[in-house]
Design a binder for this molecule. Structure first.
Ligand SMILES: Nc1ncnc2c1ncn2[C@@H]1O[C@H](COP(=O)(O)OP(=O)(O)OP(=O)(O)O)[C@@H](O)[C@H]1O
Length: 260
């Protein structure tokens, strides 16, 4: 079966999408078969992989979830797009927010994404899910489908409060719905150690969570080159192959593979 890794944090703009793209393509560069799923109505993963107008796509995750929910038969490859750097993408657009609303109050609505992923069988070695910046129905679906969670945290503000809420949700899902759920680690992103703030936050994270949650030693540095990549529709390996962010995501990829 595929290993399902989700990038989740209800805080916006912490590099969930950037991590999904560069871990996904990083794994493909290591010969793995990878599907990335855009589980966010903003469609930023879809855009970051070069589909600048997600609203024009006919089959997206919204349609797939609708089919699963209504138990309609469909071709399992429907909607899957192929990116030039060797990964597949299940795209999303604004229609997904309609699906999210329709899930509220429906029986077993939290298992829809898992059902889809189960249908894919062993087509992929890794499935990486990019979550929305909230703890709503779509993120709940991702938590239920996941084996591992990577929690990107931007080292530029005090993240502790938001993390507590996320960790509580994770532990509840683990207890009630998905016992195999495991936090692979907290990933510090957009780190600029020239600022005292980044050092302080790193220290606080280790103090508060270091003994209970793995914190990736390898951090993702801040770089304008990384900020440019979504507009190019490619990974950091293509946009700035020798840069520090490419090297950091390569390290992360190795660490993820070492978990196998
Ligand atoms: N290492 C980095 N250095 C500089 N900028 C970065 C870096 N990583 C990501 N960014 C930029 O920061 C912004 C937020 O990143 P990203 O979209 O990956 O976050 P997100 O958590 O997925 O956001 P959302 O919560 O909206 O889904 C983007 O403009 C992205 O290009």
């Amino acid at each position: 079966m595929s290993k399902v890794i989700i990038c989740a944090n209800q805080k916006g703009g912490v590099a969930k999408t950037t991590t999904t793209v560069n871990l996904g393509i990083g794994l493909a560069r290591e010969g793995k078969k990878v599907l990335v799923i855009d589980n966010d109505p903003q469609g930023s993963l879809t855009e970051a992989l070069g589909y600048q107008e997600p609203d024009s796509l006919e089959i997206t995750l919204a349609q797939i979830m609708d089919w699963v929910l209504n138990e309609e038969p469909f071709d399992i490859t429907a909607g899957i797009l192929h990116h030039e750097e060797g990964i597949d993408l299940m795209p999303a657009n604004i229609e997904l927010s309609g699906v999210e609303t329709s899930l509220v109050g429906i029986m077993s609505s939290e298992t829809v994404l898992k059902e889809y992923i189960d249908m894919l069988g062993n087509k992929y070695d890794y499935i990486i899910v990019d979550c929305s910046p909230n703890l709503g129905q779509l993120t709940l679906n991702a938590l239920v489908a996941a084996d591992e969670i990577i929690i990107p945290v931007q080292a530029a503000y005090l993240p502790i409060k938001g993390l507590e809420q996320l960790l509580k949700t994770i532990s509840r899902v683990k207890r009630k719905m998905n016992p195999k759920l495991h936090i692979m680690g907290i990933l510090l992103t957009m780190v600029d150690y020239r600022t005292n703030y980044a050092n302080e936050i790193t220290e606080v994270l280790y103090q508060v969570y270091g003994s209970s949650i793995h914190i990736f030693e390898n951090v993702i540095p801040m770089s304008v080159r990384a900020a440019e990549t979504p507009a190019e529709g490619v990974s950091i390996y293509k946009h700035d192959a020798k840069g520090k962010v490419a090297i950091a995501y390569e390290e992360l990829t190795k660490e993820v593979i070492s978990h196998e």
